[in-house]
Design a protein around this ligand. Structure first.
Ligand SMILES: NC(=O)c1ccc[n+]([C@@H]2O[C@H](COP(=O)([O-])OP(=O)(O)OC[C@H]3O[C@@H](n4cnc5c(N)ncnc54)[C@H](OP(=O)(O)O)[C@@H]3O)[C@@H](O)[C@H]2O)c1
Length: 450
């Protein structure tokens, strides 16, 4: 079939129904360009393979987008995954998510523990529970994937503890968590190369300097925009990553062997995740409609979550991460340089560390006082309620007693009355009986008299 067709083209030219060769070339170029764009935008694939059986991985943000894709890949390789979620493990959606993940990965070792990253108290509760565990729990990898981004045009929000939301969830919660988990990381045996993966975003390049965040703790309210707040939180996270690696390296192990724990910063690239969808649609219904209409564009230019998690997988699996020193930045499964000098600036890191410590200490003290006051108030209210209940019970008891006495008296009176009526009736009958006898007597005497 193709040979006669080619022969016809060669000897008789193209048949009339056949498209113009120029048009075919144009269509081919367009399809090729589309394919190349999609291929380029999809990014690199992690080619490293490793069996993760027996490894324990903690992950935040593992229920959505890139985090969920990462959990799937790690669980498929046999790892034990502990999801740190801001809802309780009994939440029906979370239960469904875990059951589905267990079924798809054929791995039952997927669990959840509650950690609300918008609360320092919640982070402390989880982390101290983990650290207090005796013997020390095995820990191979920590992936801090959770993040929040306020859609453009939305107002600045603060957590219940009074810290700007983006700063808290994207940076401060991670600082707090890693700070408390530090002994658990350092207690791991030498041959266990613990990895701490911090997903960042190229938006850190456009972040304003960290000075404002360092001096005010949560950034300047006046210059706040969602994009700036997000970029600043990611820059701070990167500075933290670099400083945390130095903090780990400075630890002298009791066995005098070097510290093997590694911090890896990962830029997963732009991806079609729930977070990105919310940002693109500006968190509005109209925006969502536009997103659906223009879905082809996001399909073409943005990665899928599965492709975006490849660099994170690389950071978890690849041996090259252990080479050299310092926290590496990984993008498209290769090591790249940071685009800003302040990421490596020790002075900035020191100031940020101290300011974060201070902010946490101040907030935790305030919150502890608040909780103590709330507890005292709750106890006072409970006591009052208890006393009111007791008074009411006593009153009810007395009323019941009085009621019973009254009833008894009423019954007695009734009986008395009935008795009185009885006596009167009997007397009346007696009277009647006497009257009858008298009448009989007088009539008989009358008879006698006649
Ligand atoms: N998507 C991108 O284009 C892109 C680009 C560069 C970097 N990144 C980075 O990659 C990571 C994952 O991004 P993504 O787009 O996949 O995120 P996402 O879909 O928005 O998911 C965010 C995750 O964070 C969790 N989270 C939010 N607030 C929390 C809180 N207070 N406590 C505990 N968990 C909380 C969410 O839990 P719930 O679902 O329960 O709310 C969710 O699992 C982020 O660090 C992000 O900055 C993403």
């Amino acid at each position: 079939m193709p040979i006669p067709f080619i022969g016809t083209i060669l000897f008789e030219g193209f048949p009339p129904w056949f498209p113009e060769p120029w048009n075919i070339a144009k269509a081919g170029t367009a399809l090729g360009a589309l394919f190349l764009t999609k291929w380029y935008a999809s990014g690199a694939v992690c080619l490293t393979e490793k069996n993760l059986h027996g490894r324990v991985i903690l992950i935040t943000g593992g229920t959505s987008g890139i985090g969920a894709a990462t959990v799937f890949e790690l669980a498929k390789r046999g790892a034990q995954v502990v999801l740190l979620t801001h809802v309780a493990p009994s939440d029906p959606f979370l239960v469904d998510f875990i059951e589905d993940m267990r079924e798809r990965t054929e791995n039952q070792l997927i669990y959840a523990e509650q950690v609300d990253l918008s609360s320092l108290h919640s982070v402390r509760q989880f982390a101290t529970r983990w650290v207090d565990n005796l013997p020390a729990r095995r820990l191979d990898t920590i992936i801090l994937c959770a993040a929040t981004m306020t859609p453009p045009g939305h107002a600045r929000t603060e957590t219940a503890e009074g810290i700007e939301q983006t700063w808290m969830v994207n940076y401060l919660a991670n600082f707090h968590l890693l700070g408390i988990l530090s002994p658990a990381i350092r207690a791991q045996p030498f041959d266990r190369d613990v990895r701490i993966i911090l997903p960042t975003c190229s938006s850190y390049i456009s972040s304003p300097p960290l000075d404002a965040a360092i001096t005010t703790g949560t950034g300047n309210k006046k210059d706040w925009t969602p994009t700036r707040a997000y970029a600043r939180s990611k820059l701070a996270l990167m500075v933290l990553g670099k400083a945390y690696q130095k903090h780990l390296d400075a630890y002298k192990r009791p066995d005098e062997l070097p510290m093997n724990a590694r911090v890896v910063l990962v830029d997963p690239g732009l991806a079609r995740t729930p977070g990105m969808r919310r940002w693109l649609s500006r968190g509005t219904v109209w925006g969502l409609l536009m997103y659906v209409v223009l879905y082809a564009l996001s399909w073409l230019f943005l990665k899928s979550s599965e492709m975006a998690c490849q660099s994170i997988l690389y950071a978890v699996l690849d041996g090259s991460i252990l080479r050299g020193s310092g926290a590496k930045l990984i993008k498209e499964c290769i090591e790249v340089n940071c685009a800003r000098k302040d990421v490596d600036d020790e002075e900035v890191a020191k100031k940020l560390w101290e300011a974060s410590d201070k902010l946490i200490e101040k907030t935790e003290k305030e919150q502890a006082l608040l909780r103590a006051a709330e507890k005292a108030e709750r106890e006072r209210r409970e006591k009052e309620e208890k006393r009111e209940r007791e008074v009411k019970e006593q009153k009810d008891e007395i009323e019941a007693l009085v009621g019973a006495i009254k009833k008894g008296k009423a019954k007695g009176a009734q009986k008395e009355r009935e008795k009185g009526v009885d006596i009167q009736g009997k007397e009346r009958e007696k009277e009647k009986g006497k009257g009858g006898k008298k009448a009989k007597g007088s009539s008989s005497s009358g008879k006698i008299g006649r």
